[in-house]
Design a protein around this ligand. Structure first.
Ligand code: NI
Length: 180
């Protein structure tokens, strides 16, 4: 396995729609998935989409560790590999929450997302996969799906008033969130 280089904002690969994966079982696709897993863990991402490692393919990973302060409290999510995913909102209800992105280092901002979504995809063996996700898990899924369409979280913000560097997030925003 290998740690891959992350494409950061400004790289055109982040701004184009990714191609569907035709042969999920192909060794080069399996290897890419393995490398993406290693890359996501190395950089402590909660999610990673193939365009972020310079591959314009519809592959996204999500993994939430229980200890992660960014995740819903006490919830962990085992590694989920989504290939050629389609997403449908289950509700009209939107919730605002903080997001960051490995491709937009050091920044965080508040983004409105659907509270609940349904996902249809294939897993890494090519088997059909269907799941319902709510709250933070739904947020991460929507963030990763956006990467597959050439969209980043900045595009989804209602305004940039909450856009903040990580140090300032810790200093001015995280505490306020804890308290209220
Ligand atoms: Ni991202």
């Amino acid at each position: 396995m290998a740690i891959l280089k992350i494409a950061i904002l400004g790289n055109p690969v982040l701004r184009i729609a990714a191609e569907p994966v035709k042969n999920i079982q192909a060794p080069e696709i399996q290897r890419l998935i393995d490398d993406m897993i290693e890359t996501m863990r190395e950089y402590r991402g909660i999610g990673l989409a193939a365009p972020q490692v310079h591959r314009s393919l519809q592959i996204a990973l999500i993994e939430e560790e229980e200890a992660d302060p960014r995740s819903s409290k006490g919830v962990s999510r085992p590694l989920t590999v989504l290939i050629n995913p389609r997403i449908t909102p289950v509700t009209d209800q939107m919730v605002e929450g903080w997001e960051g992105c490995l491709s937009i280092p050091d920044l965080r901002g508040k983004v409105p997302r659907f509270k609940e979504v349904e996902v249809q995809a294939h897993d890494r063996r090519g088997r059909p996969l269907q799941l319902k996700a709510g709250d933070f898990f739904a947020r991460v899924i929507q963030h990763e799906m956006d990467h597959l369409m050439g969209t980043v979280f900045l595009d989804r913000m209602k305004g940039f008033e909450t856009l903040t560097y990580l140090d300032e997030y810790a200093r001015y925003w995280a505490r306020q969130e804890d308290e209220g």
